[in-house]
Ligand binder design. Structure first.
Ligand SMILES: [Zn+2]
Length: 243
């Protein structure tokens, strides 16, 4: 049977990908997009990339062996967090071009259903501005969603004690991390009030403090409930794209 070995593109040898495309068993791809940016005092900077990849991988496993997940775009458009040391950012233009080239690589190999699954809010605007142009140029089935579009206001009210989702490194993202990769949550030695923060925007400074407190009520249980909904929803979007 000619099929992929793993839903993660980079774990396959070339023969699995070649044979799966040639046999028509591999029909779609998910490109996860995230960031490497500050996630308050307790969450690892890779969160947006890791969460988008996590949802993408589990969704692709539901559709095995029809869908592959590409290497994630681990640096996004994060200019708004450059007050925090460690944040990496791409110009919107550059991010768009890299994303385009990844989608074009898939097209050139004959994969014509490409779903971009995003985990960083700052990427959404730049992609929406370009998506229609990309579709015209590529001539393939191309779509873009942030995975939290899966969540209804009712679900958020039911699961999130703070009622806020996604927020930033707040209850939702912290709950996600507790469920999926608890090693990324580190409260050891966090002393928010004495941290030498340099946040130039007063509103951002206020939100940052609120999110810090929000994050403390996060649990793995709530995180898992939210992950499950996102995975089902992403798998559905991909299934619809493939007809
Ligand atoms: Zn985030």
């Amino acid at each position: 049977m000619s099929q992929i070995k793993s839903v993660l593109l980079w774990e396959n040898q070339r023969r699995y990908i070649r044979e799966a495309i040639d046999a028509g068993t591999l029909r779609g791809a998910i490109i996860p997009t995230g960031s490497t940016e500050q996630h308050n005092e307790h969450l690892a900077m890779i969160h947006d990339t890791a969460s988008a990849l996590h949802v993408s991988r589990l969704a692709a496993q539901k559709l095995f062996p029809e869908v592959i997940v590409t290497t994630p775009l681990a640096i996004g458009v994060s200019e708004h967090w450059m007050d925090h040391k460690g944040t990496l950012t791409l110009r919107a233009e550059v991010f768009g071009q890299v994303l385009y080239d990844v989608a074009d690589s898939l097209r050139r190999h004959g994969i014509e259903n490409v779903l971009i699954i995003n985990g960083h809010a700052g990427n959404a605007g730049p992609v929406h501005e370009r998506l229609e142009g990309f579709r015209e140029q590529l001539g393939i089935n191309l779509d873009f969603h942030s995975y939290w579009e899966a969540y209804s206001p009712e679900l958020v009210q039911e699961q999130m004690e703070t009622g806020r989702c996604p927020g930033h490194a707040a209850e939702f993202e912290t709950a996600f991390a507790w469920a999926a990769f608890p090693e990324n949550v580190d409260w050891d030695g966090v002393d928010y009030d004495n941290a030498k923060l340099t946040i130039s925007n007063p509103q951002q400074a206020e939100d940052d403090r609120m999110y810090h407190h929000d994050a403390k009520v996060a649990t793995a249980e709530k995180g898992q409930a939210m992950i499950d909904v996102a995975v089902d929803w992403v798998a559905e979007q991909m299934q619809e794209m493939m007809g």
